[in-house]
Design a binder for this molecule. Structure first.
Ligand code: GRF
Length: 200
C-alpha cells in the first residue's frame, strides 16, 4: 500500500479532496498520519475520517525532530497541503524528492517567504496579473523553489478580490494535488534534476 503523510495548517480543503478521492477508489493510497503545526479545521477533517493526527506546534523547539519522530518509517510520500511551516534540511534530505507542496500561484511568480493563502491572491490582483493559477512542486531547500510537477492557469477577472480568485484556483488545486499523488503512487513521475517527466 502506498503510504502518505499529509501536513496541514488550515481549512484542509486539499486534505478533504485527497480523502474523497481515496473513498471513491480513485486514489489507492493510505493516509498514515496527518500532522498540523497549529490547531486547525484540517485536524477535525482527519479525525472525522479516523486518520491518526498529531499537532506539533510550529513554535516548539526541535520542530523538525518532533515531526521526524512521528513520520512512519515506511512512508512513500509527504504531502504539504496548506502547510505553512518551512521544513528543515533534516526532513528534506531524508525524504528527497518525496515531499510535494501545492502553492496557489504560478511559481516562480508570487512565491517565496511569506507568500501563502490570501496574501498571494492580493499580490496577484494588486500587480494586475491577467492569469494566475496553482503549482504542485517537489519541496527542496528553496522555499517554493523545488522542481515543478504540474501547473494550472486560471484567468484573473477585473472584479476579482482575493476570495473570488482563491475560490476559482482552489478547485484546480484539489484536482492537481490528487492527480499528482495518483501518478507518484503509480510510479509515473520521474525527476531528473529540475526536469519532471510524466510517464503515460
Ligand atoms: C491553499 O491556498 C493552498 O494552496 C495553500 O494553503 C491554502 C489552504 O489550503 N498551500 P487548505 O484548504 O488548508 O488545503
Amino acid at each position: 500500500m502506498f503510504r502518505i503523510a499529509v501536513l496541514v495548517s488550515g481549512n484542509g480543503t486539499n486534505l478533504a479532496a485527497i480523502i474523497d478521492a481515496i473513498k471513491k477508489g480513485y486514489l489507492n493510497v493510505e493516509i498514515s498520519v496527518v500532522i498540523a503545526d497549529r490547531d486547525c479545521y484540517a485536524l477535525k477533517r482527519a479525525k472525522d475520517n479516523n486518520i491518526k493526527t498529531y499537532l506539533v506546534d510550529r513554535k516548539s523547539s526541535n520542530f523538525d525532530e518532533k515531526i521526524l519522530d512521528i513520520l512512519p518509517k515506511n512512508l512513500d510520500l509527504i504531502v504539504c497541503a496548506g502547510f505553512l511551516s518551512i521544513l528543515g534540511e533534516k526532513i528534506i534530505n531524508k525524504f528527497k524528492n518525496k515531499i510535494i507542496n501545492i502553492h496557489p500561484a504560478l511559481l516562480p511568480s508570487f512565491g517565496g517567504k511569506g507568500m501563502y493563502g490570501a496574501k498571494v491572491h492580493k499580490k496577484v490582483i494588486e500587480y494586475g496579473s491577467k492569469i494566475s493559477g496553482c503549482t504542485v512542486h517537489f519541496i527542496d531547500e528553496n522555499i517554493d523553489g523545488g522542481p515543478i510537477i504540474f501547473q494550472y492557469a486560471v484567468p484573473v477577472f477585473e472584479d476579482d478580490d482575493e476570495n473570488s480568485l482563491s475560490e476559482r484556483i482552489s478547485i484546480f488545486e484539489h484536482q492537481l494535488i490528487v492527480e499528482t499523488i495518483r501518478l507518484i503512487s503509480l510510479n509515473k513521475i520521474k525527476i531528473n534534476g529540475r526536469k519532471v517527466k510524466i510517464l503515460e
